[in-house]
Design a protein around this ligand. Sequence first.
Ligand code: B12
Ligand code: SF4
Ligand code: SF4
Length: 348
Amino acid sequence: MTDTLKSRLHAQALAEGFSAMRITTPDAIPQAAERLADFVAQGRHGQMAWMAERMGWRGNPSALWPQARSVIMLAESYAPDENPLPLLQQCDRGVISVYAQGRDYHDLVKRRLKRLGRWLIDQTPKTDPAEIKVFVDTAPVMEKPLAQAAGLGWQGKHTNLLSRDLGNWFFLGAIFTTLDLPPDAPEVSHCGSCTACLDICPTAAFPAPYQLDARRCISYLTIEHHGPVDPELRPLMGNRIYGCDDCLAICPWNKFAQAARDIGYAPKHGAPPLAELAALDDTAFRTRFAGSPIKRIGRNRFVRNVLYAIGNSGDPGLAPHAAALLTDPDDTVAEAAAWALGRLQPAP
Ligand code: B12
Ligand code: SF4
Ligand code: SF4
């Protein structure tokens, strides 16, 4: 019965708009807890204190929900039509990561997961219905190792999940269920001798292949890190103002990427002029980024990032836009403005 249910579930997942689905069990990632503990012990999570909390659950899905028997892992493509790397040369513009170009994926993926979960419950007896819990990103669940255990792809040397069918532009979502579904075989790494992602990283954020020090990653610095960024790292951030795609964009497996199927991921923000972004006050920021994941970081952190990009632009024409923020009420913004100005108008 469950084999048939599994194949119908797979068809339903694709009909919902997911790009791929595979199944694993909650006890399938025995090495994850130790690797997570190492990551945290070395301080690689930086200010993401939530990673150090609830580690018992994060590293061990069986402990998170002991009744769960199967973990359904789903991939949702957000592949861009164009390679984002050339935007890094447009120094008067801010580069917003591909994943944040459209609507917030947390909302889009979660809605789809819930619909698929409801469908699954409806397939089980009303007297003894299956139970489910859906997760995307924010729960204490290690989605990448679970997805590799399910055979959805492998964690590349850049630590993200990629696959031979999808490249690496896809989000992950999980449905835990009390149903016993037949698990799939895990995937193995197909990175081979390639080191493209390690070599392109502007901040040398990979201490070793398959390991990331988030404290050096521009995605972490622009999205998660609050307060001033280490001045030594700022010049390496270039014009990346929200997230970073370099290690993803260079991966040769992207030639197999499937186009994003949800119109919600269509690029809305592009690479806006830095001058325009530096002028955003709180209200204008909220209006401009309503429905986008960017809204989560708030105006001050966003404008801080914009000021670092202005400082890196080499364009003295942007100096007045930094000067206008020297007396900003937010100390980090004011300090970033002074830093940017200092870079554009070096002392005689
Ligand atoms: C914390 C976090 C971040 C942090 C830290 C990233 C990281 N690599 O840990 C920061 C803010 C930097 C970040 C950035 C990004 N993130 Co993020 N992030 C997460 C989150 C919430 C948890 C990840 C985690 O558990 N990290 C802890 C470390 C210890 O785990 P790990 O990376 O799996 O580490 C493994 C390896 O180190 C490995 N390992 C260690 N040694 C060895 C040795 C060998 C030989 C091998 C094989 C493996 C190995 O074992 C560890 C466990 O598997 C997940 C969502 C989730 N709940 O899972 C999203 C998630 C990973 N992020 C995602 C995305 C899209 C991104 C960005 C691409 C966004 C952007 N464009 O800016 C970047 C990519 C940066 C990068 N190169 O990783 C997606 C990735 C989808 C995918 N296809 O993989 C996820 C899954 C969210 C989602 N639901 O879609 N993220
Ligand atoms: S996202 Fe950017 S900074 Fe972070 S590891 Fe990848 S290339 Fe390096
Ligand atoms: S760029 Fe190369 S090493 Fe990095 S994930 Fe892709 S195949 Fe693996």
